[in-house]
Every structure is written in structure tokens, then in C-alpha cells.
Design a protein around this ligand. Structure first.
Ligand SMILES: [Mn+2]
Length: 378
């Protein structure tokens, strides 16, 4: 028996990147990629001949999602006609009124899609699976909903597969005090063949029978192996699962911090940035101290890279400008203007980061203006 384990689709998630004046909208493409990922999962389900697709919560990003988004979500599943089991997580909790009840009322849930809205066993006899579901019926609970699995009986011959959404205590340090706890030994205690988890957006193995699949389409700057779906093969009840990660995600999110102090640093960075492509979402944080020419060279390298990448965010507030005597001489500053430049240079050493940022930008703009009005060669 084989199935796909996925989670954290967060369909309808929006992103804060701004569209430009030409109508290019990177945020819209990131949002669309989440729906496209579902279609890829459907295709992989067919290719690998799986018996079911199990989704461990946070299918939808928020309760207020449009009817159109709900329809698009179910259409994205069209490619696989076998059973899909969708579990409510914290983003799409099975409240009295929810994305789930609305989908049911709109009659847009296909017959092969099972909404696991109640805590109980969902038997997929044709697929050979008994799915023990622990849906969240509110965003946050403080008891372990998967504890109920221990006492649930399932038909002999079916695999016992747990489906839950939350934080395994002790496995993920970042989630130490998170709500929706799940015991790390739940699979053993509940005699599960496999426990399919959601909530953590990276791929993470907890034990031989327990995994977080991670989100199929990366959605944040965090280096934790997102972007896959898990193919789980189990020969018979009791046999150990064979788990394979299949690539799904389109966008590569990365963040980097580096120091730039001179032209050689900029050239090295520019070389690296030339490998960026249309699926890269990069956040660069740059610190250091440069003269005007190097800062300008850096700005050009970033502008060029921004036009290669899907998104490039560059944080330069920790980069200090240190004009050389040649820079200052080229600016032909004297008298009052020389005092202003001296003040700005002083200010950008100020402990107040906001002030330093303003001073740095003022120096840069002043330099730009003088260069343009006086025709100074850069
Ligand atoms: Mn979640």
C-alpha cells in the first residue's frame, strides 16, 4: 500500500511583496504557486499509483477565503481521482462556520475528497487504510488530540494511519511552548503504522513511523527542507514504512547575511547573484563600510540581480558610507555643505539605527545630486 503525505498547503496565503508599476506582481505568483503545487501532487499521485493522498492540516490559509479560492482548491485536485483526506489544522480549524462548512454548502467538494472534520476513524477500505483523524476544532488547544488514537479500534487488515496537526514536544525546539501538542511516542502508543503530521513547514522525521511532510511550496525564509511531498509505502500492517521525499515546490527561498567592505567583496557577490533565476526569492542583509564608488557598484549589482530573481530584498541599513578624500574632493564641497557632509558622516556612526539609515541615504542622495549637477565622473 502506498500513499502521499502532505500538509500546510495554506491555499490563499498572501505575501507582502509589492507589485511594480509595470504590473509585475511577485506576490500573486507566489500565491498561485500554492494552487499549482496541489496539481503537481495530483500528478505525482497518479504517476506513483498511490492508494490515497493524506493532507495533515492547514489546507487553507484562513477562514475568510473567497468562494473562488475554495473552488480553485478543489479543482486543483482534479488530476487524481482516488481518495484525498483533508484534515483541518489551526489555519482552517473545523469551527461551527468554516471553510469546510462553506465548501459543503456550496456543494463543491468532489465525491473522492474526504473532509475529516470529526475526531474519528475514516475507513478507506479500497485503499487498505484506516485513517485516525485528530482535526483541530479551534485554532489552539492545550491537550493532545492524538491521545484518542490509543483507544480507537480499526478493522484487521487495514493500515492504521494517524493524521494530526500540531507540535511534537521535544523535537522542535522552536515549538517548545506551542499549543496543539502531540506526544513524540504517539505512533507506538496508538499502534499506528504511520503518523502523518502537519504544522511544521519543513520536512522532518520524528521516528521510523512519524514524519512532518513540510509544505509542498515554500512560503518563508527558513532553511528547513520544505518543497516536497512524502511517498509512503508500507507492505502490510506492522511493516516499517519506506518514506521517499518527492520534489514539488517551485520557489527557492533563501536569506543571506554578508559583509561588504570593498570592491572585491562586491565583485564576489555580483558573481554569485548572476546565478539567480526566476524562481529565487532572496533576502540579502549587507553590512560593512564602503566608499561611494563601491556603494554605487553594489547598488548596480543588486539592481541587476533583482531583475533576474523572482524577488530580491536587500537590507542595506547596516552598510555605512565612508567617503574617501577623493569622494569628497569630487563633490567639490566646501563651506556650509562641507559642514553638512561632516555632520552626516558623524550621524551615520550614531547608535540610533534609524538616524544612521537616514544619514547614509542623505549622503548617497547628496552625492547623486552633486554628481548629476556637476557632471562628476563616477
Ligand atoms: Mn499550522
Amino acid at each position: 500500500m502506498k500513499f502521499l503525505h502532505s500538509a500546510d498547503w495554506q491555499l490563499g496565503k498572501t505575501f507582502a511583496f509589492e507589485a511594480n508599476e509595470d504590473g509585475r506582481d511577485p506576490a500573486a505568483a507566489l500565491a498561485q504557486a500554492r494552487f499549482d503545487a496541489v496539481a503537481v501532487i495530483a500528478r505525482l499521485a497518479v504517476e506513483h499509483g498511490v492508494d490515497a493522498v493524506l493532507v495533515a492540516g492547514d489546507v487553507f490559509d484562513k477562514p475568510g477565503l473567497s468562494d473562488d479560492a475554495l473552488r480553485r482548491a478543489f479543482h486543483a485536485m482534479d488530476g487524481f481521482s482516488g481518495p484525498w483526506v483533508l484534515l483541518p489544522g489551526n489555519h482552517d480549524a473545523a469551527l461551527a462556520e468554516s471553510v469546510w462548512t462553506r465548501s459543503q454548502r456550496l456543494a463543491i467538494v468532489p465525491d473522492n475528497v474526504v473532509l475529516a472534520l470529526q475526531p474519528r476513524v475514516y475507513e478507506l477500505a479500497d485503499a487498505g487504510l484506516a485513517v485516525l483523524a485528530a482535526p483541530l476544532t479551534q485554532r489552539h488547544v492545550h491537550e493532545d488530540l492524538s491521545a484518542a488514537f490509543d483507544g480507537w479500534e480499526t478493522a484487521a487488515g487495514l493500515l492504521r494511519i494517524g493524521l494530526a496537526h500540531g507540535s511534537v514536544a521535544g523535537i522542535l525546539p522552536e515549538l517548545a511552548d506551542s499549543p496543539n501538542p502531540i506526544a513524540p511516542d504517539r505512533a507506538a502508543r496508538a499502534r499506528l503504522d504511520y503518523l502523518a503530521l502537519g504544522d511544521w513547514h519543513g520536512r522532518k522525521q520524528v521516528d521510523a513511523r512519524t514524519w512532518y511532510s513540510g509544505t509542498p511550496e515554500p512560503d518563508r525564509f527558513k532553511d528547513n527542507d520544505p518543497g516536497t511531498v512524502l511517498l509512503v509505502a508500507i507492505d502490510a500492517p506492522g511493516a516499517e514504512p519506506a518514506v521517499t521525499a518527492l520534489p514539488v515546490g517551485r520557489f527557492r527561498w533563501q536569506q543571506r547575511s554578508l559583509r561588504v567592505d570593498g570592491g572585491a567583496d562586491v565583485e564576489r557577490l555580483a558573481d554569485e547573484l548572476r546565478s539567480l533565476g526566476g524562481n529565487d526569492v532572496l533576502r540579502l542583509a549587507i553590512e560593512g563600510m564602503t566608499d561611494f564608488a563601491t556603494a554605487e557598484q553594489l547598488r548596480l549589482a543588486i539592481d541587476d540581480a533583482r531583475a533576474r530573481a523572482h524577488v530580491l530584498e536587500a537590507e542595506l541599513s547596516a552598510l555605512r558610507l565612508d567617503p574617501t578624500e577623493a569622494d569628497l574632493a569630487a563633490m567639490h564641497v566646501d563651506g556650509a555643505l562641507a559642514d553638512v557632509v561632516a555632520d552626516l558622516r558623524e550621524l551615520q556612526r550614531d547608535a540610533d539605527a534609524g538616524q544612521a539609515e537616514v544619514a547614509r541615504e542623505a549622503l548617497r542622495q547628496l552625492f547623486d545630486i552633486l554628481r548629476r549637477t556637476e557632471g562628476i565622473a563616477s
